[in-house]
Design a protein around this ligand. Structure first.
Ligand code: NAD
Ligand code: IPM
Ligand code: MN
Length: 378
């Protein structure tokens, strides 16, 4: 986990589309910040993603996963490309890594930044964070499609703290094709993310955790999530108030008042959706950083995907990836180095109105130009 005498090995999957473009800039920022606390970084780079898969048929070999497990941390650009059917690589690489390393937290801050125009006017600034459960819910990969009215799905998987076994056998009459996907939330899974949400709120000096739910429509799955999270918070964090807001309503409230929330505790699927909404409200996908955090290897990746629509044009905004670098350094207890990157990003944006901004904010600064300017300010 920790570096040896200030030396850190970072496993890197640049991935697909704009992934390699933004990761190059994140590495520049981390390299520049290494002067702050006299650290050094060795990058163990892996080719996994669409072109590697198309060329070799290989998705994510177990030997590489073992090796990654020995790194101090991991950076990932984005996975997914129109040349490969959706799900193969996203599940086979990204979700597999989150699950294998039991990265149960997906931490996704949404911040207003200088000169980044917000689409919705707000009185204050956005400073909120999605604490997304990252190993359960509809993401477990337990599903199937039937052509003949019958499905038998083996419900077998292992997580850090439990093993699941059994089958789901379903018959549909009259026979017709159908699909089923099983979602599971466990007490251990909900409690650990609720605890993390409380700790996050405490560190932020706040007294409220907003639980994003949908217990009115799915009382088993989300009623359980809501009740378990509330009980944990009442028991372990009695100073914290746990409010519940349905996911549909939170989307409405967020658009009307993006600066009204602090910690949003979400089940996996809602956390995915709400974090894109938050990114949009804060001004753009290109500044939304995130971390997949667990007790073992943690992996830092922007909220955004591979953006095939702008890949190769130089128009990608690397700030999200650069801020992932800062999150990674903070995770490695390099607070001053992390702050140096964050300050450089803020100063760059504050001092570069108009053409100096990334294309995403109607400027003309290319991905590499933004990265060079930020690195130069660290
Ligand atoms: P996306 O996030 O890639 O793109 C959504 C929109 O945001 C696009 O218009 C894109 O141009 C823009 N955008 C994203 N990042 C940007 C940046 N840094 N700067 C400027 N604009 C940016 O979402 P999508 O289109 O749904 O997905 C594309 C592919 O990425 C799919 O294969 C999807 O599965 C995958 N994906 C991967 C991850 C990941 O690896 N973490 C996350 C989301 C999506
Ligand atoms: C994200 C992505 C992934 C997710 C996809 C690519 C599987 O959208 O990291 O937000 O849904 O978690
Ligand atoms: Mn997403």
């Amino acid at each position: 986990m920790s570096g040896n005498g200030g030396k850190f090995t970072v496993a890197v999957i640049p991935g697909d589309g704009i992934g390699p473009e933004v990761i190059a800039e994140a590495k520049k920022a981390v390299e520049a910040a290494s002067a702050v606390e006299k650290t050094s970084f060795e990058w163990a780079e892996y080719p996994f993603g669409a072109s590697h898969y198309v060329k070799t048929g290989e998705i994510l070999p177990a030997s590489a996963v073992d090796e990654m497990g020995r790194a101090s941390a991991m950076l990932l650009g984005a996975i997914g490309d129109p040349s490969v059917r959706p799900g193969i690589l996203e599940r086979g690489i990204l979700l597999t890594l989150r699950f294998v390393f039991d990265q149960y937290v997906n931490l996704r801050p949404a911040l207003s930044l200088p000169n980044v125009p917000a689409p919705v006017p707000m009185t204050g600034k956005m400073d909120s964070v999605v604490v997304r459960e990252n190993t359960e819910d509809l993401y477990m990969g337990l599903g199937g499609i039937s052509g003949d009215g019958r499905i038998g799905i083996p419900l077998a998987l292992e997580r850090g703290s439990y093993k699941l076994s059994g089958d789901l056998n379903v018959r549909l009459l009259p026979e017709m094709p159908f699909a089923a996907q099983v979602a599971i939330n466990t007490r251990a899974g909900v409690e650990r993310i609720a605890r993390f949400a409380c700790e996050t709120a405490r560190k932020r000096g706040e007294k409220r955790v907003t639980i994003v739910t949908k217990s009115n429509a799915a009382p088993a799955l989300y009623g359980f999530f809501e009740d378990t999270a509330k009980e944990l918070i009442a028991r372990e964090c009695p100073d914290m108030s746990a409010e519940t807001v349905n996911v549909d309503a939170i989307c409405y409230h967020l658009v009307r008042k993006p600066d009204a929330y602090g910690v949003l505790l979400c089940p996996n699927l809602f956390g995915d959706i709400v974090s894109d909404l938050q990114a949009g409200l804060a001004g753009g996908m290109g500044t939304a950083a995130g971390g997949n955090i667990g007790d073992g290897l943690s992996m830092f990746e922007p909220v955004h995907g591979s953006a095939p629509d702008i890949a190769g044009t130089g128009r990608a905004n690397p700030i999200a990836a650069i801020l992932c670098g800062a999150m990674m350094l903070r995770h490695l207890n390099l607070e001053k180095s992390a702050a140096a990157i964050e300050n450089a990003v803020t100063e760059y944006l504050a001092s570069s109105p108009g053409k100096g901004l990334p294309f995403e904010f109607s400027g003309e600064a290319s991905c590499a130009e933004v990265g060079d300017t930020v690195a130069g300010r660290i």
